[in-house]
Write a protein of this length. Structure first.
Length: 383
């Protein structure tokens, strides 16, 4: 047990470094978290739950993971969250960085936004002070952007005011021609409109575009085929490497792997939330230690442990996913961890390499696996 103490001490130390960054922080987890209208949370707020509702005031940043996140109140700093549904109806004094299935913005974001989702909706009342970076299958932009819009996805509808340029990349991987860019009659673009798409954009005659409209073509198919061949080779090598590492883990550490995956499946949102926080905080903490506290050696140790956990985290998530699959859909193999590992890694790695969607799933798997490893190390340390 003693071998785990130094590792967990380093990981635990990272969470207590956040006062160095913002002087104070609050951490919570549970099924449902509610911050009432009259409540003020000083400093940064770390929270993981199934449902999170913020009607009050957060004076720092908020880091969250949940199935549903609703922010009706005020956050003075940044909002960095991952979940299924995220809605911002209040005011964010910093930036919004989030990944979800559905993202809705009806409030005000003073700075920029970075959004990755299946559906993004910036309503007419939504206001973003700086740039918007959006990756979405479907995006509706009807609010106001203070600078430029940079987007990628399948379908975009522009109906609001964008002060700067617009750059849109519409996915060329689909076999259909359903991808489209629609610029509605209420759209106001203060700069240029650049877009890459199979088809011409549908631009209303009433739309106001101050700059040039540029429609770019996709590269020729021969070049794309060569790129796809290299992409497939890279995917195969990565999958094979993961299977080899997974086999070694299952053969040598079966009991710990089972314990980690059981906890990951039983407590999905808490493990995802802590993994998300650990992924974000560690590089910052290591940098601060290197320049202000103990020195480069400890920072190097912390960063090395973090990198090691990053290497194994997606494999752990894939194994947990495989365990869930065989238990629910292949009862004859429900006790075979090696089968679960192989099935989970193959399916997960195929999903990871799907353009756009795979990136989101890969990030979630990374955070989920990181959280599972952290919780396991914590339990071993406590014993």
């Amino acid at each position: 047990m003693k071998n785990f103490k130094p590792i967990f001490f380093i990981l635990l130390f990272l969470f207590f470094l956040s006062p160095i960054v913002a002087f104070a922080f609050t951490a919570e987890k549970g099924t449902s978290i509610y911050v009432g209208e009259t409540k003020t949370i000083e400093g940064n707020y770390f929270v993981a739950a199934a449902n999170i509702t913020i009607d009050g005031h957060i004076t720092g940043d908020i880091f969250c993971a949940a199935q549903s996140v609703v922010i009706n109140g005020t956050v003075d700093g940044d909002v960095i969250c991952v979940g299924q549904s995220i809605s911002v109806n209040g005011k964010v004094g910093g930036s919004l960085r989030t990944a979800a299935s559905d993202i809705n913005i009806r409030g005000t974001i003073d700075r920029g936004v970075s959004l990755a989702a299946a559906n993004v909706n910036i309503e007419k009342s939504g206001k973003i002070g700086w740039d918007a970076l959006i990756a979405a299958a479907n995006a509706q932009i009807r609010g106001e952007l203070g600078r430029s819009l940079h987007g990628a996805g399948a379908n975009y509808t522009l109906g609001g005011k964008i002060v700067g340029d617009v750059d849109i990349y519409l996915d060329n991987n689909q076999k259909t021609t359903s991808n489209e860019l629609v610029v509605g009659e209420t759209a106001e673009i203060g700069g240029k409109l650049n877009y890459m798409s199979k088809t011409d954009a549908k631009i209303s005659e009433q739309a106001q575009i101050a700059g040039e409209v540029i429609h770019k073509a996709f590269p020729v198919k021969r070049e794309r085929k060569a790129a796809k061949g290299g992409y497939a080779t890279l995917m195969f090598i990565a999958m094979l490497s993961a299977l080899i590492v997974g086999t070694v883990l299952v053969k040598l550490w079966r009991a710990p792997i089972l314990e980690i995956t059981e906890n990951m499946l039983k407590k999905f949102w808490p493990t995802l939330g802590w993994g998300f926080v650990l992924t974000i905080i560690t590089p910052i903490a290591a940098f601060l230690i290197a320049i202000t506290i103990i020195g480069a050696r400890l920072a190097l140790i912390i960063f090395s442990v973090w990198m090691l956990m990053m290497m194994f985290s997606k494999i752990m998530a894939a194994i947990a996913f495989g365990v869930w699959l065989v238990r629910n859909y292949w009862s004859a193999k429900k006790d075979s961890l090696i089968t679960a590992m192989v099935l989970g890694i193959i399916i997960s790695w195929l999903i990871f390499y799907i353009p756009f969607f795979g990136f989101i799933v890969s990030a979630i798997a990374l955070w989920w696996g990181m959280g599972g490893l952290l919780v396991y190390l914590k339990k071993r340390y406590e014993k």
